[in-house]
Design a protein around this ligand. Structure first.
Ligand code: FES
Ligand code: FES
Length: 162
């Protein structure tokens, strides 16, 4: 049986990467081969948001995205949120507000919260709920997650240059 493997080239958190990729491989599994474990596969059906990855700035389900399709694109994961290796304001706020229990869903929430705050620096509770509706938390840490997003938003606004 032929697996139709081919070489792809893309940027991963800003760095150029090349990989030989089989046609059936999904993006989450490719990231794991590259030692990035932030995006997690849970439902495997595009329903839970645990596998969220940004491709050319757009959030996709890594479990439903064939790895070969990111050829030539820019892929960003939770590991690349701050190039310095420091925690991003959203990550710090999730810790400060206790916005997780098991933490399995957290990378997906954090990535989507970043997207939200890029588009809307001062979201209200309803806007946060709507934007994060595609992310499920089985530990039901939703109140703390909403609080964390608001805390991160406030801190980011306060530190923005006038
Ligand atoms: S594992 Fe991809 S959406 Fe749930
Ligand atoms: S913290 Fe456990 S699934 Fe969200």
């Amino acid at each position: 049986m032929t697996n139709h493997a081919r070489d792809i080239h893309f940027t991963l958190n800003g760095r150029p990467v090349s990989a030989r990729v089989e046609s059936h491989l999904d993006l989450v599994d490719l990231l794991r081969r590259l030692n990035l474990f932030g995006a997690r596969e849970s439902c495997g059906q595009g329903l839970c948001g645990c596998c969220t990855v940004l491709v050319d700035g757009v959030a996709v389900s890594g479990c439903l995205t064939l790895a070969q399709l990111v050829d030539g694109k820019a892929v960003a994961t939770v590991e690349g949120l701050d190039a310095s290796g420091a925690l991003s304001p959203v990550q710090q706020a999730f810790i400060d507000e206790g916005a997780f229990q098991c933490g399995f869903c957290t990378p997906g929430f954090v990535l989507m919260a970043h997207q939200l705050l890029r588009e809307n620096p001062d979201p209200d509770d309803g806007e946060i709920r709507d934007y994060l509706a595609g992310n499920l938390c089985r530990c039901a840490a939703y109140p703390e997650i909403i609080r964390a997003v608001k805390t991160a938003a406030r801190r980011m606004r306060e530190t923005q240059p006038a």
